[in-house]
Unconditional design. Sequence first.
Length: 365
Amino acid sequence: MNKRYIYTLCLMLSIVLSLTSCLKGNDEEIDVSQYDDMAITSFTLSAVNKYTTITTSDSTKTVSKTTLNSGLPVFSIDQYKHQIFNNVPLAAECDLKHVLVTITTKRNGQVGIKSLISDSVFTYMYTDSIDFSQPREFRVYALNGSGFRAYQVTINQKSSTASEKQWVRVANEENAPKALYQDYTLQKGEAGTFQLSKDGGNTWFDELLGDGEDVSLLPTDGIAWVSFPYSASTNTDYELMAGSCEGNGTACTVWRKIVDKDAPKTASKWVNIPMEDSNGLYLPKMSTLSLVWYDSLLYAIGDDGNIYKSRDGGLTWKTTNDFTLPEDLGSYHIKAATDDERGELYLRDLDSGKLWHLTDMPAAK
């Protein structure tokens, strides 16, 4: 064989071996093959279509479509039971057959979705519309190919409109939220500080006021408190506190703060919502008052027999007929709260001790 061809062949083989060695070195440096983590760490709704039926004055019905991509329910991940679900249900008018979701996994593990009609598994893509009309199985695969972990994802949705809900009596106090039996109180401290108790004074939390806030506007009677997810930022809560104080004549004083759960050591401060910003749509003073986060909306229930709703974080309040109070209430001396598991609404008559639960199920005759 011609020596020139032998030299060329040897040169090419040396280059290939050199490249193989380099690639192997890079693989060893990155060491992707050792990753066997399998976990979904975040699950959020990216976009959901909501259909609203509008009836005009001439009885003509039209259906409008709105794409929701903010203010959607927050999802919990149970890593022990491998379940993903939302405590606060999605509105009944939302389309569960065409939902966009965003999923984050540990070490960027690959995600697959099991078919609804077979054992086939398809690669998850954040741009794909997914049918969640029934629970879906998602799988996250380890990067080293050692296996997968399966999660059952359920999107809870209201089965009817709020006006069709009915109140049913609750016989066992163990089934009612503990918040129905908690009393909120506070005591003022030095300038810019106070202490808040959610259990009638047994346990106290140190709180801070924003710079320049008037401590005299803190509530002293009929104090209510609620915490709910802050839609403008992930893993952040919006806390609201309201009640009566001498500084306000007919309206409740309302305070708010934003809590970043990713930075627990960073103290958040309470800020008063000025009375003049309510444009007359304020929350009236009441001797007993409850604030609740229900169906992804903020409500206030007190002893004047009305239900108030705020769509702007407590700035303005309007009476609403989204739901009504039980007809057989002895008085409006009541307390309201939602449970932690599904966000469902409960009432307690403070005079008689009777309990009610607002449910989609028809009341027993």
